[in-house]
Design a protein around this ligand. Structure first.
Ligand SMILES: [Zn+2]
Length: 174
């Protein structure tokens, strides 16, 4: 078993962990998540008060886009990665659970991923923020998107400083 639920999440329930339905090999998933972590590292320390997130969009084994949370925390990584690409049928690799709501009232990344036609989302760490906190994964699953959660979670958690961010979560901003 390659997958485990994120050990760092705040909520008590475990996200159901799905084995990928695609024929995409495990090593490919790991490779793409490492690319997402690497993308996030480019803006490490610049995105406060939001966490730094990396997003890679992959379709048929080809990387269509990669992005990190912008300096200052907006736009989010997923918003930038989805811009200008045909993501229908693609898989999105994200280092943190996509947001399920935005403090600004803007469309959440979960909604954007669904509207872009992404059919699978691979997540490293689940988001303790009240703006994601299950809502992101729930919205994606409700829309029929396959979820794999916990992919390289420990690695992403440490590399991207999510512990420090979790301890200072701002409940009024996403
Ligand atoms: Zn977002």
């Amino acid at each position: 078993m390659h997958f485990s639920a994120c050990p760092h999440q705040l909520r008590g329930t475990r996200t159901e962990v799905h084995v990928p339905v695609s024929a995409e090999p495990w090593m490919s998933d790991e490779l793409h998540m490492r690319q997402a972590i690497a993308a996030a590292l480019t803006n490490l320390g610049k995105t406060a008060p939001n966490p730094v997130v990396g997003c890679v969009i992959v379709k048929d084994g080809v990387v269509l886009a990669r992005a990190a949370t912008a300096p200052g925390g907006r736009p989010h990584a997923e918003e930038q990665a989805l811009e200008g690409v045909d993501a229908r049928g693609a898989t999105a690799y994200v280092t943190l659970e996509p947001c399920g709501a935005r403090s600004t009232g803007a469309a959440s990344c979960s909604l954007r991923l669904v509207e872009a036609g992404v059919t699978r989302v691979v997540i490293a760490c689940e988001d303790p923020s009240p703006f994601a906190s299950g809502q992101g994964i729930e919205r994606l699953q409700a829309a029929g998107v396959a979820i794999t959660s916990g992919m390289l979670c420990d690695e992403a958690w440490k590399a991207l400083g999510y512990q420090g961010w979790k301890e200072g979560v701002n409940p009024d901003r996403a």
